[in-house]
Design a protein around this ligand. Structure first.
Ligand code: ATP
Length: 205
């Protein structure tokens, strides 16, 4: 197989609660395979050696009553400073990225899969935008994102702002994207745009 037979790797960029996973799911309905970094990270957090490393940095306080990592407590402890975030990233990112690499390789070989979508929250922060053939930016106003996230993840305004502060600015993300979808309206409007973007990406190979 030559280089041209490769499936496009589509990266999704956007602010917290902008609709990145919703967009990824729509791509999946069109035949793409989604790699969900959050899901991978959660599995890795459950592994014994990860847990040990995390406890050695953040202490036993971040465990729940059954001895498992309490993700909410861990997030609170990590987002206390840039240094703490870096420490957590150093533990979690390498195994997550290895897993993503393996999945990309596996999905490239599966004929039924038409494209590979990376639903990776900090795609640009980790430099993986360079590995994507196409980047799609999900545009959504902050007030709307905050509202949607409050209901779905119960993240309050303060936590939202702290997390956003540690990310590359949305202007920079929008600037490197090949396509932008507007997610300030309802789902049907979003679906129409995704269908359009997907066919453009697939025809441009
Ligand atoms: P995160 O930053 O937490 O990873 P995300 O960017 O992946 O979030 P989603 O989880 O896709 O965002 O969307 C956030 C919430 O908003 C979800 O509950 C989702 O169902 C809802 N949502 C997304 N798009 C729309 C829309 N167009 N209309 C109404 N609700 C929406």
């Amino acid at each position: 197989m030559g280089e041209s037979a490769k499936k496009p790797v589509i990266g999704i960029l956007g602010g917290i609660g902008s609709g990145k996973s919703t967009v990824a799911n729509e791509f999946a309905k069109l035949g793409a395979k989604v790699i969900d970094a959050d899901k991978i990270a959660h599995k890795i957090l459950d592994e014994k050696n990860t847990k040990e490393k995390i406890v050695s940095v953040f202490g036993k306080e971040i465990l729940d009553s059954s001895g498992q990592i309490d993700r909410k407590k861990l997030a609170k402890a990590a987002f206390a400073s840039g240094e703490k975030i870096a420490k957590l990233d150093n533990i979690i990112h390498p195994p997550v990225l290895t897993k993503i690499e393996q999945l990309i390789e596996k999905y490239q070989k599966q004929p039924k899969i038409t494209a590979i979508v990376l639903d990776v929250p900090l795609l640009m922060e980790i430099g993986w935008h360079k590995r994507c053939d196409k980047l799609v930016f999900v545009d959504c106003k902050q007030a709307l994102r905050l509202n949607r996230i409050k209901t779905s993840r119960k993240l309050d305004k303060k936590q939202f702002e702290i997390r956003e502060k540690f990310q590359i600015s949305l202007d920079n993300k929008a600037a490197i994207a090949d396509n932008t979808v507007d997610n300030n309206a309802g789902l049907s409007a979003l679906v129409r745009q995704i269908t359009d973007v997907f066919s453009r990406i697939m025809n441009n190979r």
